[in-house]
Design a protein around this ligand. Structure first.
Ligand SMILES: O=C(O)CCCC[C@@H]1SC[C@@H]2NC(=O)N[C@@H]21
Length: 271
């Protein structure tokens, strides 16, 4: 609380040592909770990921869900990008403030956080409409101290310098809300455009070449395209070798199985 500068987000906290899912608790009780409230659990036994995935929720993972509201429906799909950006910036700022080596946590579009080529965090944004306003529940899972099944922030810090202190979940949480509140204000008032450059500096994809499946389902061919940025609707904007423009959508759970030079195979589909 002493590290929290945000005035709207993170000031009210529900905490539990063990809970089914912070996301379910917040979405099911949205109307009873003030905007900006956060629910944190040390362990979840029914953690939810995107697309009906399970989120493994052991001790050492920072797991929280918080409420926010937004009026403009066009901005809703971009909210998850603001959250990803806030978390990467928060980790950077915290490492700097504590005199630790900088952790190169990057955004893997659309809403994963990666460290050294491995997933360390995921973001889940869901919303419901109430007259004139969208109620948004944002859930974040971040591997701070548990190395299974991938890696975690503190393992990477210890690898860089075993003598320095590591990160605490509560410090990351405060730092996240400090960043998020500022970015959310800019996003609401000026739109995502105002954050786009900062976002591109934090993501993995600028200039990345990916192979996409192009054409109708039965007879699709593979095309190599180069990622340029985001389309106004928040999808990936890419240009093919023939100069053709592509809008790429995430392909469910399919993740890059292998990297061939800098070409990531079959990660996205062209719609
Ligand atoms: O990568 C994903 O699929 C998103 C994972 C989101 C997990 C977090 S942990 C806190 C909150 N509670 C849940 O049940 N899920 C989210």
């Amino acid at each position: 609380m002493a590290a929290l500068r945000a005035s709207r987000f993170g000031r009210w906290m529900l905490w539990s040592p063990r809970l089914a899912s912070t996301h379910d608790l917040v979405t099911q009780n949205f109307a009873k909770l003030p905007v900006g409230v956060v629910c944190v659990a040390d362990v979840q036994f029914k953690g939810r990921g995107r697309s009906k995935n399970v989120w493994e929720s052991p001790p050492g993972c920072l797991m929280f869900s918080f409420t926010s509201q937004m009026e403009d429906a066009r901005k809703l799909p971009l909210m998850q990008y603001v959250v990803c950006l806030a978390m990467t910036e928060a980790i950077k700022e915290l490492c700097c403030a504590k005199g630790l080596s900088e952790l190169d946590v990057k955004i893997k579009w659309p809403n994963d956080l990666y460290l050294k080529g491995l997933k360390v965090g995921g973001i889940l944004c869901t919303s419901s409409y109430q007259p004139k306003v969208y109620n948004i529940c944002t859930g974040i899972g971040l591997n701070v101290d548990n190395e299974e099944p991938t890696t975690c922030l503190n393992a990477a810090l210890k690898e860089m310098n075993a003598n320095l202190p590591t990160l605490k979940r509560e410090d990351i949480l405060a730092s996240f809300f400090n960043k998020f509140e500022v970015l959310f204000e800019i996003f609401t008032n000026e739109g995502f455009q105002a954050l786009e450059e900062q976002y591109y500096n934090s993501w993995l994809h600028s200039g990345q070449k990916v192979v996409v499946q192009d054409g109708p389902e039965a007879q699709h061919a593979d095309s190599v395209v180069t990622i340029q940025g985001l389309t106004p609707a928040g999808y990936l904007y890419a240009i093919g070798e023939d100069g053709k423009s592509y809008e790429l959508h995430p392909d469910g759970n399919r993740v890059s199985a292998k990297e061939d030079g800098n070409v990531v195979l079959h990660e996205y589909i062209h719609r």
